[in-house]
Design a protein around this ligand. Structure first.
Ligand SMILES: NC(=O)c1ccc[n+]([C@@H]2O[C@H](COP(=O)([O-])OP(=O)(O)OC[C@H]3O[C@@H](n4cnc5c(N)ncnc54)[C@H](OP(=O)(O)O)[C@@H]3O)[C@@H](O)[C@H]2O)c1
Length: 334
């Protein structure tokens, strides 16, 4: 299956490396065929550096190539809605970076349109597709820590020098960039919460810089989450239960689990299975689902993508963070 990368920025390079490693490791199901940037020379430089066959100086030009099977969207959050619709209009399947769109209304509209066009669209939230997700689930289901009651998780990077993170016009802020992983971590463990509360500090530009989030479930379970764009955090996630707790190393690509008993003694350490980059799982599932004629991937169903955007909408309403691109009516993009 021929893949095109839309937007030649940072994560696009990591995806190019992932597909190259997949092929070197015997996966011939996927081929890095094309890249498109808003500027031809940037696309050509990316293609040369990453061994990509075709370079296009406009996104639409790449989408007109009949040989292209699916597109990896690697642009800022503010542009995902427009770019998903553009791909769908050209009949191309989509793997779109997180945060999926800027709000739930955009997510619903883009997914409805893609279904009408008969193309698969899926959110590139890599932790949902990785084998560690099931390893964590099986560990908790085994009862080794008793009944899980509380989750804590944090994710922070020093990314405020990056314009994409600061600029409201690019839907910047900690929540959509890194907070989304803490929310996905908590909800992969406890499911959908009954209440969502948050507060934040802001950058001078008005977007959120550090977020404190509390999710609650009616039966008393709680998740306390922290996201930061101005500091480096230890990225730990911990699930606390009635008989012990599980520590997850790096919720943004879990590398190991450590299980502790009620006396704080280490019971077991479980390592992550070997990875190429960790992004290969979302690519493999996308290819498999396209082949099977599905319009969504089971690891991240459309309903979950929309739900995560609804949770972030609620949080941003509480934070008082609003993006200029939200004021455009959906049909203004056509
Ligand atoms: N899954 C992960 O682990 C992970 C990690 C990092 C980022 N991400 C996600 O990937 C997406 C891109 O992030 P990134 O860090 O790769 O960003 P980046 O380095 O800034 O690249 C974004 C690309 O978007 C294109 N673009 C189109 N319109 C633009 C505009 N108006 N302003 C700026 N750029 C525009 C540009 O490509 P051209 O000019 O070349 O067309 C640019 O190179 C975001 O959704 C982010 O959350 C995911």
């Amino acid at each position: 299956m021929k893949v095109g990368i839309l937007g030649a920025g940072g994560i696009a390079g990591v995806m190019a490396q992932t597909i190259r490693l997949m092929r070197e490791n015997g996966c011939q199901d996927v081929e890095l065929y094309a890249v498109a940037a808003r500027d031809l020379s940037r696309a050509q430089a990316f293609a040369e550096a990453n061994g990509v066959e075709k370079a296009f100086g406009s996104y639409e030009e790449m989408l007109c190539d009949p040989a292209l099977d699916f597109v990896y969207i690697a642009t800022p959050h503010s542009h995902h809605y427009e770019h998903i619709r553009l791909c769908a209009r050209h009949g191309k399947h989509v793997l779109c970076e997180k945060a999926f769109t800027v709000n739930a209304r955009q997510a619903e509209d883009a997914l409805r349109y893609a279904r009408r066009q008969g193309v698969l669209v899926t959110e590139a939230i890599w932790t949902r597709y990785q084998p560690m997700r099931n390893i964590i689930r099986e560990t908790l289901d085994s009862g080794v820590i008793g009944a899980p009651c509380l989750v804590t998780a944090n994710l922070g990077y020093f990314i405020t020098p990056n314009r994409r993170i600061v600029d409201p016009a690019l839907a910047g802020g900690a929540l959509l960039d890194v907070g989304v992983y803490t929310l996905n971590f908590a909800e992969m463990i406890f499911g959908r919460p009954d209440s969502v509360r948050g507060l934040c500090t802001k950058m001078d530009s008005g977007v959120d810089m550090t977020d404190s989030i509390t999710l609650e479930w009616a039966d008393g379970r709680v998740a306390n989450l922290t996201a930061a764009a101005n500091s480096i955090s230890d990225r730990m996630g911990v699930v606390y239960g009635t008989k012990g707790y599980v520590v997850v190393e790096n919720i943004n690509n879990p590398q190991a689990l450590e299980i502790y008993d009620a006396k704080h003694c280490l019971v077991r350490r479980v390592e992550c299975p070997p990875q190429l980059t960790g992004y290969e799982y979302e690519v493999l599932e996308t290819v498999d689902c396209i082949r099977r004629g599905l319009l969504e991937c089971p690891s991240m169903p459309h309903a979950e993508t929309i739900h995560m955007m609804e949770v972030m909408d609620q949080l941003r309403a509480q934070f008082g963070v609003h993006y200029p691109c939200e004021d455009l009516a959906p049909d203004a993009w056509d």
